[in-house]
Design a protein around this ligand. Structure first.
Ligand code: B3K
Ligand code: ZN
Length: 869
């Protein structure tokens, strides 16, 4: 049977809802018994059928108001009760099911992670536990009783507050939990296991004391402190910036090793991939520290934007995800560096999200059609969704935006809402017209702004001619004009900023682009300015303006906005890559331009005053970032040119890089912004110096002097990328030291998977048998197989098709064990239209091999179908 699509337009309210749920779990890794007692309430007097979702368990029994009930029909996905003879307004259903968590490799529903048991219910995992109206607009009160062997599972956790507990004579114990807040079943969670526990307290703004608990595997307590600090900072920030306070008396976070994504915001009981909890200087890099903090914040912020106010249906996912990503981005920006955070997010948008728009999976932030919901937890829904919220913030300003948030919360608290409810609240609270702006929710694709300018010296006027166009996408051919906030700045030749005026009035630096063609005119412009366009990436669009190298150098040198300086350098890098790629493709010698060296010299001059931006600007875009400026991607060419650029920069700037490298050595490891910036700068210098004659000595020394993972990994990466003589020894040393620790080994697997070596595929294949590798663990799979396919384009797209064959082999295995992870990993293979004919044929062959599988999971089916169309 072919999986069926669901459409947003088909949303209907439920005929029956569920108001209360009592769940009784007799937990056992092989044999768990679940009794679910549902209070069902009729919403539609004409309804005769109640269809409950459920699969992947053994169905034991059904009772209606205490009596066995047999008027039902069962299929692979559901149980439909015939209530035509039963018109009652309200009744109770009791459903018994039996589960085997130890064999649940999908990591959805109830499953075993290490020695513990845990759940993952979003998006539709609850239905793998018991029959349920598994949809987010069914909000119920939950009571949960957990019973299990006490020595094996000393902690039994669920949502809400612990209300009772006791011991049984057979060595088992039980705990009962009650969640006073209404929630959809995707926020339900259970954890059973033996843990080390870190405890703390937080006093909310109204003076309530909340118990904070972080559960980690035994022995990992020294890695939980940063997560706890992050949680407290998040709670405080949400009170200060959004006026939102935590609502329960307890907040628990459990770290597990087997997890399909980053973390899950279950009410009062977050379950996390241990990657986003555990951190200490020996095991985590600076980036890991930042990752932990922002994911902790993100899940915490969901308590309001996601849990108290949830989504009416899954098409509205961006309502909670876009908004919560926006909130976590703001949190990081307020606490650390706003420009650095912006640059990180923009890099992601321009590479991964723009690529998704250009792929068979293109969809608006609010999709219209879904086969497998898990396939829509995408950069589009999340990151572009956050960009859409950010544009609303830009159009309204902080004050009115917060007024809108207050109204939204007041109107929707305790409910399941839609994106329209949010936009409407923003509009009504601010008085700003968002009519045309709403199209961002329904239109997919990356809009392109083509900009030309004109300076009239006599009249001292400057004009920007702006045209917008959104190219057709796989899901949507016809496009309409969007409301695009375009932030601009004008600079004089010597860097002075020119005031934006119309007649004699100062005008906003945010231009409202709403038509297909528009001209913006500025007055009293004393000289031909250099325009900075789309400052801070004020909208998720591409800009086409024909910058001269001189103009870009002016921006790199003088712009008062860090983002603008960084962005001008990006354009220089891209221009350099383009020019050399044509030479490379025509078998001509490559040449490195003086202008780029001049720009980077300017950048390095600011190393002492602004180490952070210097590090970010010196960082060469990744191959996948470069790739996005081409319609047809030449993976081998891009890799060769990038490699050439890296070596050229290293050679030309060696002395300066060495000075900066030596100036930025730190006496000790501290997780503070100032030191992190210096480490980043020093390590980016090292990454270049590795390609020079001092490389081997320097990298070797760096590795052995490192007292923290940031520096250790930087030297390992430098040795690997530059293929230094010390490489094998350092890799072996690292492996020896960390092979027992999967999380740390993920960094090593990733380096192996992205090696520039000719025989990297052979190495990766060999590592599938490595003692630290485990095919059932999604983190391992992502860091070895995922990194090879998505971060090593030269090898993955090898013209003999070996990379594709390998990925398909792996996907065939994952299709049976963990389809959700498989559907993530297939991404680079479905983007076939971006490659030459020969590669397309090979990629298509791989997809067809998958399509022919006997039990192709719907997750993969959806993507393969689209790719082959
Ligand atoms: N809401 C979860 C993601 C669930 C993914 C389900 N496939 C984590 C988050 O966005 O915070
Ligand atoms: Zn989220």
């Amino acid at each position: 049977m072919q999986p069926k699509a669901k459409f947003r337009k088909d949303y209907r309210p439920v005929d029956f809802t569920i108001t209360d749920i009592y769940l009784d779990f007799q937990l056992d890794p092989q044999d768990t018994l679940v009794t679910s007692t549902l209070t069902v309430k009729r919403q539609n007097s004409d309804a005769t059928q109640l269809r409950l979702d459920g699969h992947s368990f053994e169905f034991l029994s059904l009772k209606l108001n205490g009596e066995p009930f047999s008027k039902y029909q069962k299929d692979d996905e559901s149980l439909t009760l015939d209530l035509s003879q039963f018109p009652a307004e309200q009744f109770q259903l009791e459903i018994q099911t039996r589960l085997n968590p130890s064999e649940n490799t999908s990591l959805q529903g109830l499953y075993q992670s290490g020695d513990g048991l845990c759940t993952q219910c979003e998006a539709e995992g609850f239905r793998q536990i018991t029959y349920m109206l598994d949809r987010p607009d069914v909000l119920a009160k939950y009571r949960t009783k957990l019973t299990a062997c006490k020595s094996k599972y000393p902690y039994l956790l669920a949502n809400g507050n612990r209300i009772a507990q006791g011991e049984l004579e057979d060595g088992r114990h039980w705990v009962e939990w009650e969640d006073p807040f209404l929630k959809p079943c995707y926020l339900f969670a259970v954890v059973a296991g033996d843990f080390d526990l870190l405890q703390d307290k937080f006093t909310t703004m109204s003076g309530r004391v909340v118990d904070l608990e972080i559960y980690v595997d035994r022995g990992n307590l020294d890695r939980a402190g940063w997560a706890m600090e992050s949680l407290k900072r998040s709670m405080k920030w949400d009170e200060e910036r959004f006026g939102l306070e935590y609502d329960l008396d307890i907040y628990m976070i459990v770290a597990v090793d087997f997890f399909n994504m980053g973390a899950m915001e279950n009410k009062g009981l977050n379950i996390f991939n241990s990657k986003f909890v555990l951190a200490n200087p020996q095991t985590a890099t600076d980036d890991d520290y930042m990752g932990v903090e922002s994911v902790i914040a993100h899940e915490y912020f969901h308590n309001w934007t996601g849990n108290r106010i949830t989504c009416r249906d899954w098409f509205q996912l961006s309502l909670k995800e876009g908004l919560t990503v926006f909130r976590d981005q703001e949190f990081t920006s307020d606490l650390w560096s706003r420009p650095a955070k912006r640059i990180e997010d923009v890099r992601m948008m321009r590479s991964v999200q723009f690529a998704e728009d250009a792929s068979p999976m293109a969809h608006p932030i609010r999709p219209e059609k879904v086969i497998e919901m898990n396939n829509f937890y995408t950069v589009t829904v999340y990151e572009k969704g956050a960009e859409v919220i950010r544009m609303i913030h830009t159009l309204l300003g902080e004050e009115k935006f917060q007024k809108g948030m207050k109204l939204y919360v007041a109107e929707q608290d305790g409910k399941a809402a839609t994106c329209e409810d949010f936009v409407s609240a923003m509009e009504r609270a601010s008085g700003v017209d968002l009519q045309q702006f709403r199209r961002w929710y329904s239109q997919s694709g990356t809009p392109e702004l083509t900009i030309a300018d004109e300076y009239d010296e006599k009249r001292q006027t400057y004009r920007l001619h702006v045209s917008q166009m959104t190219p057709p996408t796989a899901d949507q051919v016809e496009k309409v004009n969007l409301h695009i906030p375009l932030r601009v700045a004008l600079y004089g030749e010597n860097g002075q900023k020119i005031n934006l005026q119309h007649e004699l009035l100062t005008v906003s630096d945010v231009l409202d682009v709403i038509h297909e063609h528009q001209t913006f005119e500025f007055h009293n412009v004393p000289q031909r300015p250099v325009p900075a366009l789309l400052c801070d990436f004020s909208a998720p669009v591409r800009v086409d303006y024909n910058y001269s190298t001189e103009q870009l150098l002016t921006l790199v040198k003088f712009a008062d906005n860090e983002f603008v300086r960084w962005d001008a350098a990006q354009t220089l890098y891209i221009n350099e890559l383009r020019a050399n790629l044509s030479r490379f493709q025509q078998n001509q010698p490559m040449q490195f331009s003086e202008a780029l060296i001049e720009a980077l010299t300017l950048v390095l001059e600011k190393a002492n005053t602004d180490p952070e931006l210097t590090a970010l600007t010196l960082t060469l875009p990744k191959e996948t970032e470069f790739a996005e400026s081409f319609k047809v991607i030449d993976p081998a060419g891009i890799a060769a040119v990038r490699d050439f650029m890296q070596r050229s920069i290293a050679e030309s700037l060696k002395d300066r890089l060495l000075v900066v490298y030596n100036q930025n050595r730190l006496p000790e490891y501290r997780v503070v912004a100032e030191d992190m910036a210096k480490r980043a700068l020093r390590n980016v210098c090292l990454s270049y110096l590795a390609f020079t004659d001092v490389g081997n000595t320097l990298v070797h020394k760096h590795y052995h002097q490192a007292d923290n993972m940031t520096d250790t990994l930087a030297s390992l990466a430098a040795a690997t990328k530059a293929q230094l003589p010390c490489r094998d020894q350092l890799l072996a040393d690292f492996e020896q030291k960390w092979h027992h620790d999967g999380l740390v080994m993920d960094k090593w697997f990733m380096l192996q998977a992205t090696r520039p070596d000719e025989n990297v595929l052979e190495i990766v294949q060999g590592l599938l048998e490595h003692r630290s590798f485990n095919f059932k663990n999604p983190n391992r799979v992502r860091s070895l197989i995922g990194a090879f396919a998505s971060q090593n384009p030269r090898a993955f797209h090898a013209i003999d098709g070996s990379g594709y064959r390998f990925l398909v082999d792996m996907l065939i295995k994952l299709n049976d064990t963990n389809p959700q992870v498989a559907a993530r990993l297939i991404e680079p293979l479905i983007k076939l239209s971006r490659y030459d004919a020969q590669r397309q044929t090979l990629m298509r062959r791989g997809l067809e091999r998958l399509k022919g599988l006997d039990h192709l999971a719907r997750d993969l089916f959806e993507k393969i179908e689209k790719a082959l169309q």
